[in-house]
Design a protein around this ligand. Structure first.
Ligand SMILES: *[C@@H]1O[C@H](CO)[C@@H](O)[C@H](O)[C@H]1NC(C)=O
Ligand SMILES: *[C@@H]1O[C@H](CO)[C@@H](O)[C@H](O)[C@H]1NC(C)=O
Ligand SMILES: [Zn+2]
Length: 670
């Protein structure tokens, strides 16, 4: 939403710039050369030092430059009317102030390098490389190529060749400013504002870069309109699963117009990074023992629409008295194909209800039926399904808005005609506990007040079974539970789906403890390794708990996690081709870390598996997108490809309408 204003600012700047600089008469009058408003290309000149008169480069440490410059511009006029200079003049606005003024200083050092004894002094390659490392993500975030004239190999020189550091003065000034600050207690500084998609990407990438020893960003795919579904990860060894280390995920903004969760997750990422660096013991312990994945926005396209709508509603003409508090917006809830992502997952709950009386039916790892792939699968749904299948997640929270309550599976009612019917999973006790963890640590969620946003949850103190609240099929939480080991709750963060900016900091304070407690709660129950007699982990073994009809399976190296409440449990491990082993396990009250229970299974002589023969499974868990259905329908490039590809990024007009040949070098992938 704020980005919209930014665009206007950049436009205004550009128009000003065009009026003052380009309304120059083409013909030269004698003497005009002195004013610098006229190219003197007709004369052959020997290069000589000259006054630098480029307005956007006036912060350089030197005052004399030379033409032709490093790019071959033969005069100040030529340099000034090129797309390179135009880019430097608007780059602050385009990148939302990121990499300013560094990018301009380095750019100017190529466009107007210092002159010594009538010779060019080139800027240092090391400055260029450092800049590129820090700033290339900001260009990626707005879909702009790294400017060709900042090619570190072509236009820069090494220390041996003799070069100058265009950022030397800036750095000296920054160090001076830092040293004059009083050495107060360091603390995390977060800007509690809304974050556009571009700002979100660059903020997350910057955070990961700042904490690169414990953090890492990766993309799980793209939205319908091609925006990244970017995950930031925190753990002591980012990028890999460690034996017995539980994995947890937090997902925000699945409904594009429910935006508080997205912001909270962006703040959480900054908080985790910064507090870890500051030596916060609690945060260090969480990160050292857990692998945390944060998908701040599952629906960036919907957000874009919802944010522009809020922008409009700031117009007093269009506003009603409630302004931001208006809860009726639905624009941006769905993805760009108008699909509600929380109805778009395979409905495994119905399959469970239909077949749970059959003796051989398993409640875990229910396969996706082939028929699902013939329906419309959103790219966002597809990306998340692939993601949750690819990592051994133990628990998860999906952050929404519109109510103040935590709901837990099943979301789909066990009776087709009952829209509000208590429909528990076999893990009802554990799910309740998970929901309680969040609600109780939240500042107000479990309060004993009655009416909130319309519904009342005071009897259950802020938690509810999803189907008892209202039933729907195809939800993400049911899918997590029935298709993987992961237990996911749905957190409704408040009545207002798009709170005013002033509410963001108070909301962070209300939710911070709840988010941290939720992260810590993954260290509950039992974990361990299922091995063979040689000590090798067995992948895909089942671990069951008597009385809970839902098994968990082991990960790649045989490790498993079973969230469990305290008490005595009988646990059994089985794997195809191995003996089964049972253990009696007592889980004491108030354990603050998971108990460790390993199983060693003996290999059995090979026998034909009678069950497999009698009950051939049509769909198996491994089958994912079996006919490449998604790739075929999901890729719009086949038919309308040309139109799609021709579409230029939003900033293109700044350049294309400025009267010279459009700078194709700003486009990525051309
Ligand atoms: C977390 O791990 C780091 C790196 O091994 C270590 O320096 C730090 O002391 C640990 N912190 C805690 C609280 O365990
Ligand atoms: C919560 O409020 C209800 C209804 O006002 C009341 O009956 C109940 O005693 C209250 N419980 C507590 C713990 O205050
Ligand atoms: Zn929602």
């Amino acid at each position: 939403m704020r980005a919209y204003h930014k665009h206007l600012e950049v436009w205004a700047l550009l128009l000003f710039f065009m009026r003052t600089c380009w309304s120059v008469p083409q013909r030269c009058e004698p003497g005009d050369e002195f004013l610098g408003s006229c190219s003197s290309t007709t004369q052959e000149e020997t290069p000589a030092c000259t006054e630098m008169n480029l307005g956007y480069c006036n912060e350089m440490d030197y005052s004399r430059t030379i033409f032709p410059n490093i790019l071959g511009h033969r005069s100040r006029f030529e340099a000034e009317s090129g797309a390179e200079y135009l880019l430097l003049s608007v780059i602050h606005g385009l990148l939302n102030g990121e990499c300013s003024p560094e990018i301009r200083l380095v750019g100017c050092s190529v466009l107007a390098p210092p002159c010594r004894e009538d010779k060019v002094v080139k800027p240092c390659r090391s400055s260029c490389e450092a800049l590129r490392k820090d700033c290339s993500h900001a260009f990626e975030a707005i879909d702009m190529a790294w400017p060709y004239f900042l090619d570190c190999d072509r236009f820069f020189a090494s220390e041996e060749e003799g070069c100058f550091d265009p950022l030397a003065r800036l750095r000296a000034r920054q160090e001076l400013a830092l040293s004059s600050l009083s050495p107060e207690e360091p603390s995390t500084i977060i800007q509690f504002t809304y974050t556009s998609n571009a700002q979100m990407y660059s903020l997350l990438k910057r955070t990961a870069a700042k904490c690169s020893h414990i953090s890492h960003v990766y993309s799980i795919g793209r939205s319908t309109e091609g925006r990244d579904l970017l995950v930031i990860e925190f753990t002591d060894n980012p990028g890999q699963h460690e034996l017995l280390e539980p994995e947890i995920k937090l997902v925000g903004n699945m409904h594009g117009n429910e935006v508080l969760g997205r912001q909270l997750l962006i703040y959480l990422a900054q908080y985790l990074c910064s507090e870890y660096l500051l030596g916060n013991q609690r945060i260090q312990t969480i990160i050292n023992t857990t692998r945390i994945h944060i998908l701040a926005s599952m629906n960036p396209d919907g957000y874009e629409l919802a944010a522009s709508e809020v922008e409009d509603s700031n117009d007093p003409e269009l506003n009603n008295q409630e302004g931001h508090l208006l809860n009726g917006w639905t624009n941006g809830r769905t993805n760009a194909q108008n699909i509600d992502l929380n109805r778009n997952f395979p409905d495994l709950t119905s399959i469970l209800y239909r077949s749970r009386r059959s003796r051989h039916f398993r409640t875990d790892h229910i396969p996706i039926p082939d028929a699902y792939w013939f329906g419309k699968v959103a790219p966002e749904t597809y990306a998340v399904m692939k993601w949750v299948r690819s990592l051994p997640f133990v628990q998860s929270a999906s952050l929404h808005g519109g109510e103040l309550v935590v709901s837990y599976p099943f979301d789909f009612s066990k009776h087709p005609n009952e829209e509000r019917m208590f429909s528990p999973t076999p893990d009802e006790q554990m799910f309740k506990q998970l929901a309680r963890t969040y609600a109780d640590a939240h500042a107000t969620m479990s309060n004993n007040d009655t009416e909130r946003c319309g519904a009342s949850f005071y009897r259950t103190r802020g938690i509810i079974n999803g189907a008892q609240w209202y039933s729907f099929a195809g939800g993400m939480s049911d899918f997590n539970y029935l298709h993987t080991n992961c237990m996911e709750i749905t957190v409704e963060l408040g009545c207002d789906k798009f709170p005013s900016e002033a509410e963001l900091y108070p909301e962070w304070k209300r939710n911070k403890e709840a988010l941290l407690s939720f992260l810590e709660s993954v260290h509950r129950g039992i974990k361990g390794v299922v091995k063979d007699s040689d000590g090798n982990g067995i992948k895909g073994a089942s671990v069951s708990v008597r009385g809970i009809r839902k098994d968990v399976t082991t990960a790649e190296d045989g490790d498993y996690w079973r969230l469990l409440n305290s008490g005595t449990h009988i646990m059994t491990a089985t794997a195809k081709g191995y003996s089964r082993v049972s253990k009696r396990v007592s889980l004491p009250h108030n354990m603050n870390k998971a108990g460790r229970v390993d199983f060693v299974l003996q290999k059995l002589p090979v026998e034909p598996d009678i069950d497999d023969h009698l009950f051939p499974m049509v769909d198996t868990w491994e089958r994912f997108d079996p006919y490449n259905q998604f790739e075929r329908h999901g890729d719009p490039d086949v038919a309308e490809g040309e139109v799609e590809r021709e579409e230029k990024p939003w900033w293109w007009n700044y350049f294309s309408q400025s009267g010279f040949s459009p700078p194709n070098w700003l486009l990525r992938n051309v």
